[in-house]
Design a binder for this molecule. Sequence first.
Ligand code: SAH
Length: 350
Amino acid sequence: MADVREMSVEELAAIMEELGEPKFRAKQLHEWLHKHNVTDYDRMTNLSKALRQKLADRLPLQGAEAVTQERSQDGTRKYLLKLEDDTCVETVGMPIAFDDAAENVKRLTACVSSQAGCPMACSFCATGHEGFGRNLTASEIVDQVLTVQEDFNERVANVVIMGQGEPFLNYDNVLAALRRINTDSGLGIGARKITISTCGIIDGIKRFSEEPEQFRLAVSLHAARQKIRDQLVPKCANQPLDDLQEALISYNQQSGRRVTLEYMLIDGVNDSDADMDALAAFCEGINCHVNLIPLNQIASSDLRPSSKAVTKRWVQGLSAVMIPVSVRNSRGFDINGACGQLKEVSLTHL
Ligand code: SAH
């Protein structure tokens, strides 16, 4: 059945016409759905009772439901959301401290899934080990931000599409969701506060380069030597590093924006000096910032994080060749809510 929240104002206007209502009702309905995020027709008080009933019969309305919630010692909360067809996805809310003009403020970040499960099967990631479920709709993506916002009773300041799934394999729905999250007639979160993370789907990067909004891009690189990358991110073996590098340079030029390269340090796998040199060579010509990520160990893989000493050496080595670098402070490890720990959970496991 058609999802009313996926319909444009024009499509809603056609339905209003069929129901014998004036067209402007479509705009009112659209505002309730996307500006006020109402998931119950009875709260749409400027529509008549009769119309609300007709709409409820014709276009049933349902939001995502958080069926469980876990809280980390660091303030992070992880939600398991049940969707209309009982598919489940995980979403994470993180109050993160930012240094803002010498002031230490906490801002709420929502880490959002773009697919149920993931087809990429990366060796280090719990989501990939569970296989692929389905693409999420734009509404299902927006609902995740709303869930975090409502549960913390606080405005979400940053959105990262870094939960389950590969966003560029669900490009249209993800972009539609980002627009609703961004627009003033939606959640009104600034484009620069919204980041998509991809494992490196080149066609997606090319399309994304042409989008007019200032959304940010992060690429999960994890290795700058082809052979090692093919082991870690096997489904990207057909997306060669040379082509990826070229696409990122074009991205810089077309969008005028810097890209973040995420690089997870894995003990004895991708953390040698030769790996660092390869990364430095990859970065050449790209306006980028490298975000080193300590590997979070997951039960289904025996990969181990690099030592603190190695991480420090990488920070120093990359800084020495003028590559901006930082180390990600992963959150919510104690509730399996950290990077790479999100799993596809079906209700029968609860
Ligand atoms: N598919 C997209 C979106 C997922 S983002 C992507 O690959 O970017 C999730 C981030 O967590 C990615 O940077 C991913 O590489 C990283 N990640 C996955 N497993 C991890 C693990 N075990 N430890 C730390 N980071 C991990």
